[in-house]
Write a protein that binds this ligand. Structure first.
Ligand code: ZN
Ligand code: ZN
Ligand code: ZN
Ligand code: ZN
Ligand code: ZN
Length: 237
């Protein structure tokens, strides 16, 4: 459900307006990166992912059938917490299962089980026993896997990649800087993977897979956003 304007408990002084951002932003709810749909207070430069702006009090996830995840605006307890999906720290909004102590970022909890644009289909798994395109490791965090099973990408690795590349940019308004930072996504993949002999077609497919996973991980898996990122990546590819 999309509203053009909402009031939010985390920013009671002003209304938040819905907008589409083609540049990355830092969500003031979960403290993670976002792109695409967001709720914003322009006066204070306060941003929320759609999933963070309109959270459900309680959710269930098909990977953890016995769990009931409750929404918290800050991580419960004093111990540092991390997200079971992406392995990153939980420092803001979180879905938490009291029984098991599992945590999920709001956007991670809402990662689509299937990303499909007609050409490429990626399925979300809790664990995959094949090497990740970026880190080469097996297991680890949640993974998107192509239907041909050739491409596996950890949700954690996609987030790492974005943080490495966008560090220092997030929150700034310069679009130029953002564009110049995109090409290093390709370098990251090549350096860590070392499969230089791979055919160009293979890399294009990997790039396509990557752009879908990126937009999903950033909280808005729409084709529009995938297209925006895609056009920037393909320039570099
Ligand atoms: Zn958020
Ligand atoms: Zn405000
Ligand atoms: Zn549980
Ligand atoms: Zn997460
Ligand atoms: Zn990986």
């Amino acid at each position: 459900m999309k509203y053009t304007e909402i009031s939010h408990f985390s920013h009671p002084q002003h209304k938040l307006k819905f907008e589409n951002s083609e540049f990355p932003f830092k969500c003031d709810g979960c403290k993670e990166v976002g792109i695409g749909s967001r709720y914003k207070c322009t006066m204070c430069d306060f941003d929320l992912h759609m999933h963070c702006a309109i959270p459900a009090p309680k959710i269930f996830h098909s990977f953890y059938t016995k769990c009931s995840f409750q929404f918290f605006s800050r991580p419960p307890g004093d111990k540092p917490r991390f997200c079971n999906a992406c392995e990153r720290d939980v420092t803001g909004f979180v879905y938490h299962c009291k029984d098991c102590g599992f945590d999920l970022h709001p956007c991670c909890a809402k990662l689509p089980m299937v990303l499909n644009d007609g050409e490429i289909k990626l399925y979300l798994y809790r664990k995959v026993s094949a090497s990740c395109l970026k880190c080469g490791r097996k297991g680890r965090s949640w993974t998107y896997r192509s239907s041909c099973k050739k491409y596996n990408l950890h949700v954690a690795c996609v987030k790492d990649m974005l943080m490495e590349n966008w560090q220092g940019y997030i929150g700034e308004k310069s679009a130029r800087k953002f564009h110049t930072r995109i090409p290093s996504l390709k370098n990251t993949l090549l350096i860590h993977n070392g499969r230089k002999s791979k055919s160009k077609i293979g890399w294009e497919m990997a790039g396509l897979a990557l752009q879908f996973v990126i937009s999903a991980v950033l909280g808005d898996p729409t084709t529009l956003i995938a297209g925006v990122i895609g056009s920037m990546i393909s320039k570099a590819w």
